[in-house]
Design a protein around this ligand. Structure first.
Ligand SMILES: Nc1ncnc2c1ncn2[C@@H]1O[C@H](COP(=O)(O)OP(=O)(O)OP(=O)(O)O)[C@@H](O)[C@H]1O
Ligand SMILES: [Mg+2]
Length: 386
C-alpha cells in the first residue's frame, strides 16, 4: 500500500517504483494538488496531516497553517462531521453524508457532501473529501420556482379576465356613491374603493409572471444598482445606511435592464422592511458586486454548462429569515408581513431563471445575503449603455 508523505509543502502519495511504461503517467501528487475537490487527511487526534489546494481555499488556511491545526480549530465542536469521523473509525468503512452544514471561524457552508474513509486502520488517519452541492440544490429549487411562477401566471390570466372587469364596476359604483352619502357611510364607500384597488394591484403583480420573451442586451449592473439605491434612499430606505462594495471592473451583464431593476428593488425593499420591522439598531444594507470564476453550471434550457461569473448581492444586518418560511422562501404567496403579498421573491426567482442565472441565500440573525449569479455579455465593450 502506498504511504502518505509530505513533500515540498504538498501532501503526496509516494508512488510505487516506476517501470518504463509508467514514465508518461502523471505524478499522483500533482493530480491530488490539482484536484478541484477539497481533500484532506487528519490523524487520530484530528490534526491535519495533509490537504490539497482546494482544501486550503475551503478551510481558509494555507497548508502551512493547517498542519498546525486540528479539525476542532476550524469547525464548531458540535459539527456533525465529528460524528461521521467517529463512525468511520469505529466501523472501518467509508461513510458519506450529503447535506452537512459546516461552520467555524473562517467557514460557513451549507449543503456540503462529505466522504470519510479510513486511511490506515492502525493509526486512525481519515481521508476527507468535500463536495459543495449548494449550486446543484439552487438549480433544482429554481426549476421548482419556475413551475410555481407559471401557475401564478395562469391564475393571474383567469383573475384578470374574471375579476378585474367586475372589480372596476364595483370601484366605479362606490366612487359614484361617495359624494351622495352622509359622512359616516362615506367612509365605507372609500373602504370599498381602496380594497378594490388593493385587489387590482395584486392581480397586476401576478400578471408580471406572464411568459413574455425577454429582450436582453449588455447591462451595466452598477448603474442599475445606482438607480435602485436612489429610489430606496428617497423613499422606503430613507432612514437606513446603504453601503457599496463594488468591483468597478465588472463586465456587463447579459440581461434586461428593467427586469434587473425590478429584481434588485425587491431585494433592497425586503432588506429595508426586515431592518425596519426588526427594529435593528444601525440598520445597514450593503450592495455588493464581484467577479467569481466559479464552476460552470448546467442551467435549464442552456444545453451545455454555462459560466455565471457576475455576482450581485444584497446584504442586510437585520434579524434574518424566519425558520418557518425558509424552505418555501421563493414560492408565491409566502409572507410573514401583514401587508405583504409574498410575490416579491417568487418574481425575483422567475426573472433570474429567465436570465439563465442563479439565486442563493444565506441568512442568520444579523446577516442575510441574497446572491445573484448572472451571465456576462459576450464580447461587450466596457462602456455599455446599461
Ligand atoms: N432580507 C430579509 N430578511 C428577513 N426576511 C426576509 C428578507 N427578505 C425576505 N424575507 C422574508 O421572506 C418573505 C417573502 O418575501 P417576498 O418579497 O416574497 O414577499 P413580501 O416581501 O412579504 O411581500 P411583497 O414583496 O409581495 O410585498 C418576507 O415576508 C420575509 O418574511
Ligand atoms: Mg418583498
Amino acid at each position: 500500500m502506498s504511504r502518505m508523505v509530505i513533500r515540498g509543502g504538498l501532501a503526496a502519495v509516494r508512488p510505487p517504483p516506476r517501470s518504463a511504461t509508467q514514465d508518461d503517467l502523471p505524478d499522483p501528487a500533482a493530480l491530488i494538488a490539482a484536484l478541484p475537490l477539497p481533500l484532506a487527511v487528519i490523524d487520530a487526534a484530528n490534526r491535519f496531516t495533509c490537504a490539497n489546494t482546494a482544501a486550503e481555499h475551503f478551510f481558509g488556511h494555507s497548508l502551512g497553517q493547517l498542519r498546525h491545526l486540528a479539525l476542532t480549530d476550524v469547525l464548531a465542536a458540535d459539527c456533525p462531521l465529528f460524528l461521521l469521523i467517529a463512525q468511520v473509525r469505529a466501523s472501518g468503512i467509508t461513510v458519506s453524508d450529503h447535506d452537512l452544514t459546516l461552520s467555524g471561524p473562517r467557514l460557513e457552508r451549507t449543503c456540503i457532501a462529505v466522504q470519510a474513509a479510513l486511511l490506515a486502520e492502525s493509526t486512525g488517519s481519515v481521508l476527507l473529501t468535500f463536495h459543495d452541492s449548494s449550486g446543484a440544490r439552487a438549480l433544482d429549487r429554481q426549476l421548482a420556482y419556475r413551475g410555481a411562477a407559471r401557475s401564478v401566471a395562469g391564475m393571474a390570466a383567469i383573475l384578470a379576465h374574471e375579476v378585474k372587469n367586475p372589480l372596476s364596476g364595483i370601484r366605479g359604483a362606490a366612487q359614484l356613491l361617495e359624494p351622495t352619502l352622509p359622512p359616516r357611510d362615506r367612509e365605507l364607500a372609500v373602504l370599498i374603493r381602496d380594497e378594490a384597488d388593493r385587489i387590482r394591484d395584486l392581480v397586476d403583480r401576478m400578471e408580471e409572471f406572464g411568459d413574455k420573451p425577454i429582450v436582453r442586451g449588455p447591462v451595466n449592473i452598477h448603474r442599475v444598482l445606482g438607480h435602485v439605491r436612489r429610489i430606496a434612499e428617497t423613499g422606503f430606505a430613507a432612514h437606513l445606511r446603504i453601503v457599496e462594495q463594488y468591483d468597478p471592473s465588472l463586465p456587463a451583464v447579459s440581461g434586461n435592464r428593467d427586469q434587473l431593476v425590478q429584481v434588485l428593488l425587491n431585494l433592497v425593499k425586503n432588506a429595508a422592511e426586515a431592518l425596519t420591522e426588526g427594529d435593528a439598531i444601525d440598520g445597514e444594507i450593503t450592495l455588493i458586486t464581484r467577479f467569481d470564476h466559479g464552476p460552470r453550471l448546467m442551467v435549464a434550457g442552456a444545453g451545455q454548462p454555462v459560466a455565471l461569473p457576475l455576482v450581485v448581492a444584497v446584504r442586510d444586518n437585520g434579524p434574518g429569515i424566519s425558520d418557518d418560511i425558509r424552505p418555501h422562501l421563493f414560492e408565491p404567496f409566502i409572507t410573514t408581513r401583514r401587508t405583504g403579498s409574498g410575490l416579491g421573491l417568487s418574481l425575483v426567482a422567475k426573472i433570474i431563471g429567465d436570465h439563465g442565472g442563479l439565486i442563493e441565500v444565506e441568512s442568520r440573525p444579523g446577516r442575510t445575503e441574497f446572491r445573484l449569479r448572472l451571465p456576462r455579455q459576450p464580447d461587450c465593450p466596457d462602456d455599455d449603455p446599461g
